[in-house]
Design a protein around this ligand. Structure first.
Ligand code: NAD
Length: 498
């Protein structure tokens, strides 16, 4: 069986330690083994990244950008192969995998504007005869730790921009679906990236701990669940590192009485059940303003949910593939049982779904709960599966208050034709990414991505202009060239333009 190893100093390392199985969630079969890096292997990768840093940092940004251009071309040329690996190990549909890759490529395009992004700021005559400028310096060795649900896109949020800014990088992808991530990193090598600038160590907590504990790692970008995000933020910042740690979510969609219901229903179908609900921006709660809206929404959603086309992710033309692992399927079904036990009405039960020929796959059909209330676990916790909860409220004020009380604040959206309601929602809602008749308001690469509250630990969002700030340190130089033989005397008062 193939063993997925590490990419260190431009080479695939030979296996040297523990391994874990990587499954095809559509069949339930172990299809590969992934190496789990030891502390020593991670330290070796960090040392290589540290050694590659001086030359890479000093390379003109325009030359770095040329490598990124070639990387983008290789990603496009290898789309089929990458999409196949994502679908095979994650289970998402091919179309969904292609969408994630395209979004990742947009981050490469943004990063290839490095010469523009790093231009800095200049003031002539900041004081008498004094010029001043700020420029942006690489932070050093940066580590990235990524989740299973976007094995191509989330790593591409991180290292193209970090590397464009002159840093070197050690990536620790999810051990559940590592193959596409490793292939993409090897394409960056092929594009002409010098060895050691990007290193990939596969592994689990041991590898993550080694990254946190290293003095050479100056910054960490993390994306994953909230408990791990909080742990990494706390441990990383305690050691003086810069950390941005993006966590879990519970994204609400408010449906107003005057909304275009057909549009809202179609949008909710894609946002709740796309990728089997395994997206940090998935809509998992529909907040209906008024019983009439709730009844009408449920009546229209129900036949569509039961008609979802579910099958092996690698097939074409499907709506949904399986969940990622057997353990995750068990967790999601546990939430469904909990919802029933706590009194929510299970309108559509996806647990009975069987996919012919794939009896051992981790499939679960779409589920819909009505009469969900805020004290229920299915409302409070992130389920990360194809489960939509309907909560009924009386007014927009109630909807906003409900959402703002939730511990997560990643994304939120409103379906309405009322401009005043939309504007109020945008102003008052406590979430980092807001949609108006847009169910998945994932910012494009030239904006930045991040939630509020317990969906993000740190100050700066991912990619875009916040990403440039995260991956660089500002330096401000103040310069004066006194005239020859000027007889200026010492000044003891604090210098000012006053
Ligand atoms: P996860 O937290 O289990 O794993 C994320 C990464 O952390 C993986 O690389 C994993 O190996 C590592 N890890 C896991 N446990 C660890 C531990 N105890 N100590 C150190 N490292 C550990 O997350 P996941 O299940 O892979 O991904 C799903 C989660 O990610 C969901 O909660 C989802 O909302 C979140 N997510 C958030 C965003 C966002 O932008 N906010 C984007 C995608 C996914």
């Amino acid at each position: 069986m193939t063993i997925i190893t590490h990419l260190i100093n431009g080479e695939m390392r030979q296996p040297d330690g523990r391994t874990a199985s990587v499954f095809n969630p559509s069949t339930g079969e172990a299809i590969r083994q992934v190496e789990l890096a030891s502390t020593a292997t991670v330290q070796a990768a960090i040392a290589v990244a540290q050694a590659a840093l001086p030359a890479w940092r000093d390379l003109p940004p325009a030359k770095r950008a040329q490598i990124l251009f070639r990387f983008k071309q290789l990603l496009e040329a290898h789309e089929e192969e990458i999409v196949q690996l994502i679908s095979e190990e994650h289970g998402k549909t091919r179309e969904d995998a292609a969408g994630e890759l395209k979004r990742g490529i947009e981050n490469v395009e943004y990063a290839s504007a490095a010469p523009e992004l790093l231009k800095g700021e200049y003031s002539r005559n900041a004081g008498p005869g004094i010029d001043s400028w700020s420029d942006f310096h690489a932070v050093g060795v940066v580590a990235g730790i990524t989740p299973f649900n976007f094995p191509a896109m989330v790593p591409l949020w991180m290292y193209p921009l970090a590397i464009a800014c002159g840093n070197t990088f050690v990536l620790k992808p999810s051990e559940r679906d590592p193959s596409s991530t490793l292939l993409i990193a090897s394409l960056f090598q092929q594009a002409g990236l010098p060895p050691g600038v990007l290193n990939v160590v596969n592994g689990d907590k041991e590898a993550v701990d080694a990254l946190i504990e290293s003095d050479e790692v100056k910054a960490i970008s993390f994306v994953g669940s909230t408990p791990v995000a909080e742990h990494i933020y706390r441990e990383g910042t305690r050691r003086g590192k810069r950390v941005q740690a993006l966590g879990g979510a519970k994204n609400h969609a408010v449906v107003m009485p005057e909304a275009d219901l057909d549009n809202a229903v179609n949008a909710l179908m894609g946002a709740a059940y796309g990728s089997c609900g395994e997206r940090c921006m998935a809509i998992s709660v529909a907040v209906c303003v008024g019983d009439a809206v709730a009844d009408a929404l449920i009546a229209r959603l129900t036949p569509k949910i039961t008609a979802l086309k579910v099958g092996a992710g690698t097939a074409c033309g499907l709506d949904m593939g399986p969940l990622v692992t057997a353990a995750h399927k068990e967790k999601v079904t546990g939430y469904i049982e909990d919802g029933v036990a706590s009194g929510a009405r299970l309108v559509v039960d996806g647990r009975t779904l069987r996919v012919a020929g794939h009896e051992n796959g981790y499939f679960l059909g779409g589920c819909l709960f009505d009469r969900v209330t805020p004290e229920m676990r299915i409302y409070q916790e992130e389920i990360f599966g194809p489960v939509l909860c309907v909560v009924r409220v009386s007014t927009l004020s109630d909807a906003i208050a409900l959402i703002n009380r939730h511990e997560y604040g990643n994304g939120s959206c409103i379906f309405t034709r009322d401009g005043e309601a939309a504007r109020r929602f945008g102003n008052e809602i406590e979430a980092g990414m807001v949609g108006v008749n847009v169910p998945l308001p994932v910012p494009v690469a030239f904006h930045s991505f991040g939630g509020w509250k317990r969906s993000l630990f740190g100050d700066l969002h991912a990619y875009g202009s916040d990403g440039v700030r995260f991956y660089t340190r500002r330096k401000t130089i103040t310069q004066r060239w006194p005239k020859q033989q000027s007889q200026e005397s010492a000044q003891f008062a604090f210098p000012s333009n006053g």
